[in-house]
Write a protein that binds this ligand. Structure first.
Ligand code: PGA
Length: 254
């Protein structure tokens, strides 16, 4: 399975800054072969980034999407609006959206179904908070989030799904999960997914790790058979840092 290294720029980068980043990464592209590289840009930068990435193997993603295809939903973004710019992936259920914007499991489920129906590839984010971890509830939280998202879905539709394990306490804190804990979480995610859509559909599922991933620690995650890449926030904002991170990931698996 090809490794996926995804940048999550969050609420950073104007369109001009996104284009400058794309130009930098295109120059380095020859050193990034064998890795699927994805840039999840803010909505307002998608058009410019999509154009800048034309002819490149680097892919474009969005960070959120609404669950309806059109209608009276002021301020929301529909799948077709993302696809117009060549957007291939969409992050769904990121913990910042769950925690700050009040997205719950039911909303994430609706978004996931809409993305799949519209042939956008979802990156489903799951992960426990610090309090949940301290109470020993990590596995239960992951099982709840995965089954709320996947239960009853057509196994064919979820083939190739990407799930990102992002412990909330590790995001932006400089305190990454241990590789062993990330591997254990990935196993829990896969078992929960298999109960929902069957073992065959899960065979093509990629589990990413996210939360304080850096060029220095990426190797210890992607070297694990359970982890197929990373969702990277802070270390994806500077082109040099992100390129170094991808090169380190490549080296760890080669
Ligand atoms: P971080 O963010 O790499 O800055 O911890 C990861 C994420 O939120 O996806």
């Amino acid at each position: 399975m090809e490794m996926l290294i995804a940048a999550n720029w969050k609420m950073h980068k104007t369109a001009a800054e996104a284009v400058a980043f794309c130009e930098r990464i295109k120059v380095a592209e020859g050193r990034l072969t064998g890795v699927e590289v994805l840039l999840c840009a803010p909505f307002t930068a998608l058009a410019a980034a999509g154009k800048a990435l034309e002819g490149s193997t680097v892919k474009l993603g969005a960070q959120n999407m609404f669950w309806e295809e059109k209608g009276a939903f002021t301020g929301e973004i529909a799948p077709l609006m993302l696809q117009e710019f060549g957007t291939e992936y969409v992050i769904l259920g990121h913990s910042e959206r769950r925690r700050i914007m009040g997205e719950d499991d039911a909303m994430v489920r609706r978004k996931l179904e809409t993305a799949l129906r519209n042939r956008l590839k979802p990156i489903l984010c799951v992960g426990e908070t610090e309090a949940e971890q301290e109470r020993g509830e990590t596995d239960a939280v992951l099982e709840r989030q995965v089954s709320a998202a996947l239960k009853g879905l057509d196994p064919a539709a979820v083939a190739g799904l990407v799930v990102a394990y992002e412990p909330v306490w590790a995001i932006g804190t400089g305190k990454a999960a241990s590789p062993a804990d990330a591997a254990a979480a990935a196993e829990v995610i896969k078992s929960a997914a298999a109960r929902c859509v069957g073992a065959a559909a899960v065979e093509t599922m990629r589990v990413l790790y996210g939360g304080s991933v850096t060029p220095a620690n990426i190797g210890s995650f992607v070297a694990l058979p359970q982890i197929h890449g990373a969702l990277v926030g802070g270390a994806s904002l500077e082109a040099d840092s992100f390129i170094n991170l991808i090169i380190a990931a490549r080296e760890a698996v080669s």
